[in-house]
Design a protein. Structure first.
Lengths: 426, 86
């Protein structure tokens, strides 16, 4: 079996605080929040009435979809996913195929939790109103889970694997690792990896009902998402999409593509909902094992990790996550790597979290900076007991570094961890 | 509404579904939706829904299955409109 090195040659993002990569870098460095008050959530009596939603104009959307596609388009997740994916493809210097032959060497694994939830609601209401014949042809393609990968593949002309993965909040990192495996083993030259998540009350409602969202900052949206803070009291729901073009190093060098970073490896596992793990709580043994296996798989030592981009959703579980990292890396209070969470700026983008956050991670490696954590000026004392406060930057750090670990953990007791390395041209 | 007026309305409805601009310009009785206008067959149901809205008629499944050419479609529209008038 082949054993190709895999690099990242294109990035795209459609997030609550930025809908293109240059704006995203600016927002990360300057702590620009995308969390805003949502009048629809207030009107519907949500406990948490703030959220992160990509600010898109109709003109922007019309650049990515035909007028016919736009006619009945009611799937925010597909809109976000297509925008991030096509931007990443273009960023990698690749073209949309205008010939009849598919690009057999390129595919996509683009994940989501649900698809077209607003479209689905509309269709259900039509059916219940005895108007099934009014559904037309657009319901299936927008509500099938793989709608997002199907739209992306059709626009580019992808001829390799075209699929959608789903593993709750681990979806985004999982999509990248699945794409990585496909290129590493020589079955594809390029894979567009990423994930998306719908926005709106029908996707966020279930979380609100579980009382896992923060309801204490409805009047101060930008202060609401507080990872690692003593006053962290639940996550703020987000939405959007992140996309990365993964490519064999050989292919990237052959076409002189810019290389952002190298994917060294990673791991996917589950705590099996055994031990302390449940449907909604992570089994710490599995989290630690996932991180350790990822480092082994990457062929580096734990003490080489310089920066961690955590899952850190802004719940009371943040301290447990830090403890898991500390145990997995077998490190000390002082030597713990820098750690940050972008959720303070964009909230928890659910199935899109892992991909948007990996885009942020890759940008830090490529451009040599560590973005500041926001809203943790009152650091959780349980975290301060575990690691030195200097490990949690609250100011931008400009610094070249080589190794970053990114992890996401999801409902179903599932874990994903990826190890990235700065690419130094040889 | 004359037959010419119905065809003109039909052309407006169909235009977003076809990229065959030349065939759309010269639309006539014999124009075939799939062969001449290269309309994605999945979109035929959407065209029928648009026709229902525009002409305020309801088209049954059997009629829908016949609506593959301009002539057949205009015949069905005229037929249903008369049904409504009567």
């Amino acid at each position: 079996m082949d054993n190709n090195r895999v690099v990242i040659t294109g990035l795209g993002v459609c997030g609550p605080n930025a809908t293109n990569v240059p704006d995203f870098v600016h927002a990360l460095k300057n702590g620009i929040s995308g969390i805003t008050h949502q009048s629809d959530l207030e009107a519907l009596g949500f406990s948490c009435q703030i959220a992160g939603k990509p600010p898109l104009t109709e003109d922007r959307i019309a650049q990515y979809f035909s007028s016919l596609e736009l006619k009945n388009l009611n799937s925010t997740g597909i809109v976000y996913g297509v925008i991030a994916a096509l931007d990443a493809w273009e960023n990698a210097g690749l073209k949309l195929s205008d010939i009849n032959e598919p690009d057999w060497d390129s595919g996509t694994i683009f994940g989501t939790g649900t698809s077209g939830i607003d479209k689905f609601r509309w269709a259900i209401n039509k059916i219940d109103d005895m108007e099934i014949r009014k559904l037309g042809s657009s319901v299936v393609v927008q509500t099938m889970a793989s709608g997002v990968s199907a739209f992306i593949a059709g626009k580019i002309g992808l001829g390799n694997q075209v699929s959608t993965n789903s593993s709750a909040c681990a979806t985004g990192v999982e999509s990248i690792l699945l794409a990585y495996d496909r290129i590493k083993s020589g079955r594809a030259k390029r894979m567009l990896a990423g994930s998306t998540s719908d926005s709106g009350p029908y996707i966020w409602g279930g979380f609100d009902a579980m009382k896992v969202c923060n309801y204490k900052h409805n009047d101060a949206p930008e202060k609401g998402s507080r990872p690692m803070s003593a006053t962290a009291s639940g996550f703020v729901p987000g939405s959007g999409a992140g996309a990365l073009v993964l490519e064999s190093l050989e292919s990237a060098l052959l076409r002189s593509a810019p290389i952002y970073a190298e994917v060294l490896g990673g791991d996917l596992n589950s705590g099996g909902q055994r031990g302390l793990g449940t449907m909604t709580a992570p089994n710490p043994v599995a989290v630690q094992r996932c991180i350790k296996k990822a480092i082994d798989n990457a062929g580096i030592r734990a003490n080489e990790i310089e920066v961690i981009n955590g899952h850190l959703t802004a719940t009371t579980k943040d301290a447990l996550e830090i403890e898991n990292w500390k145990t997995a890396l077998d490190t000390s209070k002082q030597k713990f790597p820098y750690i940050n969470s972008i959720k303070g700026l964009i909230g928890h983008c659910i199935s899109a979290a892992g991909s948007i956050e990996t885009v942020a991670s890759v940008l830090q490696l490529a451009e040599g900076f560590i973005f500041p954590n926001v809203n943790c000026e009152d650091l959780n004392p349980a975290i301060a007991d575990l690691i030195n406060e200097s490990r949690i930057p609250q100011q931008l750090i400009n610094k070249q570094f080589n190794y970053l670990a990114k992890a996401s953990f999801g409902f179903g007791d599932v874990n994903a961890c990826i190890i990235l390395k700065k690419y130094n041209y040889e | 509404m004359s037959k010419e007026e119905i065809i003109a309305e039909l052309k407006n409805i169909i235009t977003p579904y076809s990229e065959e601009t030349i065939a759309l310009q010269s639309i006539d009785d014999d124009t075939d939706f799939l062969k001449d206008l290269k309309i994605n067959s999945a979109n035929l149901v959407d065209i029928v829904l648009d026709i229902e809205d525009r002409f305020n008629i309801e088209i049954d499944n059997d009629s829908m299955a016949k609506m593959l050419t301009v002539k057949a479609t205009v015949d069905i529209i005229e037929n249903k409109r008369q049904g409504n008038a009567g």
